[in-house]
Every structure is written in structure tokens, then in C-alpha cells.
Design a protein around this ligand. Structure first.
Ligand code: RET
Length: 233
């Protein structure tokens, strides 16, 4: 695999982490979101660095490649992105038991989605591969259900401004996250409609949108909501 995409990924992600940190809110209600969103591309930069060196890149017997660093990255960064949304839905209100319950449930489903996706990527027998792929999709549906069902209802109780910010953020996230199983499906791990370099470049673009563009978009929505939320503060 040509290393250019990985080197570009490392460069964009490390600069983006600094930019998100430097331009993010320093004020308490949104501060923890800044820190969460700055950590995400830092982790991704680390994964791209490993991939640029070929560390953790496995060639499967059917001629495809599995990038272990990618799955390690996703298993940490996607829970962080979801944690930020759970905190938005509960904004400063939830009881610890309730917040902890939703956080645990959504993170468990999400990590299962990534782990079973990795198993699907490593599996070579078609039936086994598709069973794990579908199981991963089931976990993904569980994540989306929590975001669009109970957590959206909780966000609605936090007032119109916060509820709008929450809905905009999950809408953006849902569209981008949907592309991942699609690229997996058509890529070398799946139906082999696109080549390995094409899939690496596609995932690079998606990673930048899901982590960096999303961080700025989500922060802007949250800032707007918090300004309306606490006019006297
Ligand atoms: C896999 C393959 C199996 C089926 C499904 C998948 C979903 C992956 C997703 C990844 C999201 C990654 C993000 C990374 C950047 O921060 C594992 C590709 C459902 C949704 C957002």
C-alpha cells in the first residue's frame, strides 16, 4: 500500500487536534467537549502513524489487508464521540445512575460493533465473514436506536435550543457513520468492487469528516445552544 494516504492522515489529524484544542471553548459548560473532541484526532494521528510504518497491517490469506491500528483507533474514538453526545442529551441534569447506564450501554454496543467488524475483516470463509458483518450491523442499529430514541427524548427535555443542537449533531454523525459499513462492504474486505488504496483514501476522507469537521460543527451547535440556554449566566 502506498504510504501517502497514511502520512497525510497523520499530518491532518495531529494539526487538527491542536486546532480543536486551541479554538475550542474554554468556558466550563462546553470545556469537557473541547477536550473530548481534541483527543479524538490525536488518537487517529497515532493510528495513522502506525499504519504509515506498516505496524499492525495484516495480509489475510484471501489477499486483502486488515489494518489493526484502524480498529484500535475506532474502538477508542467512537466511544468518545458518543460520550460527548450522551453528555449533551443530559446536559448538567442527569442522575449519575441514569447517565452511567446510557453511557455504558451505548459504548458496549459501539465497541462490539468495531470488534465484530474486525472479526469480519479477518474471516476468510464467506459465510463466517457475512455473519460477523451482520452482527456488527445489529450493534450499529443498537447505537443508532439509543441516539435517536431515548437519548433524543432526554435532550428534548433540556429545552428547545439544546434539543436542536443534539439533533443536528446526531444527524451529521448518522450520515457519516453510515458510510463506514458501505465502504467495508464494497472494499477489499467485502465484495471487492473498489481496491485497497481506494478504500484507504475513502476512509481517510470519512475519518477527517467524522472527527475533525464534526468537532467544529458540533462545537458550534453546542455553543449556540448554551448561549440561548443560560442568558443570565
Ligand atoms: C464496520 C464493518 C462491519 C459493519 C459496520 C461497521 C461500522 C463501522 C463504523 C465506524 C465508524 C468509525 C468512525 C471513526 C472515526 O471517528 C466495522 C466498518 C456497521 C460505524 C466514526
Amino acid at each position: 500500500m502506498d504510504q501517502t494516504a497514511f502520512t497525510i492522515g497523520f499530518t491532518i489529524m495531529s494539526l487538527a487536534s491542536l486546532a480543536i484544542y486551541a479554538t475550542g471553548s474554554k468556558a466550563p459548560p462546553a470545556r469537557h467537549h473541547t477536550l473530548l473532541h481534541a483527543a479524538v484526532p490525536f488518537i487517529a494521528a497515532t493510528a495513522y502513524l502506525a499504519m504509515a510504518f506498516g505496524i499492525g497491517t495484516l495480509a489475510t490469506p484471501d489477499g486483502a489487508a486488515t489494518y489493526l491500528a484502524r480498529y484500535a483507533d475506532w474502538s477508542v474514538t467512537t466511544p468518545i464521540l458518543l460520550a460527548s453526545l450522551v453528555l449533551t442529551a443530559f446536559h448538567e441534569r442527569g442522575r449519575t445512575g441514569e447517565v452511567g447506564g446510557y453511557l455504558t450501554a451505548i459504548i458496549v454496543l459501539d465497541v462490539l460493533m468495531i470488534a465484530t467488524g474486525l472479526v469480519s475483516s479477518l474471516a476468510t470463509a464467506p459465510v463466517v465473514k457475512w455473519v460477523w458483518y451482520l452482527w456488527s450491523c445489529v450493534a450499529f442499529v443498537g447505537v443508532l436506536y439509543l441516539l435517536w430514541g431515548p437519548l433524543r427524548a432526554l435532550a428534548a427535555q433540556r429545552g428547545a435550543a439544546l434539543s436542536t443542537a443534539y439533533r443536528k449533531n446526531i444527524a451529521f454523525l448518522t450520515v457519516v457513520w453510515f458510510l463506514y459499513p458501505v465502504v467495508f462492504l464494497i472494499g477489499p474486505e467485502g465484495l471487492r468492487i473498489i481496491t485497497d488504496p481506494a478504500s484507504v483514501w475513502a476512509i481517510l476522507v470519512m475519518d477527517v469528516v467524522a472527527k475533525v469537521v464534526y468537532a467544529f460543527y458540533a462545537a458550534r451547535n453546542l455553543d449556540t445552544a448554551l448561549r440561548e440556554h443560560a442568558p443570565a449566566a
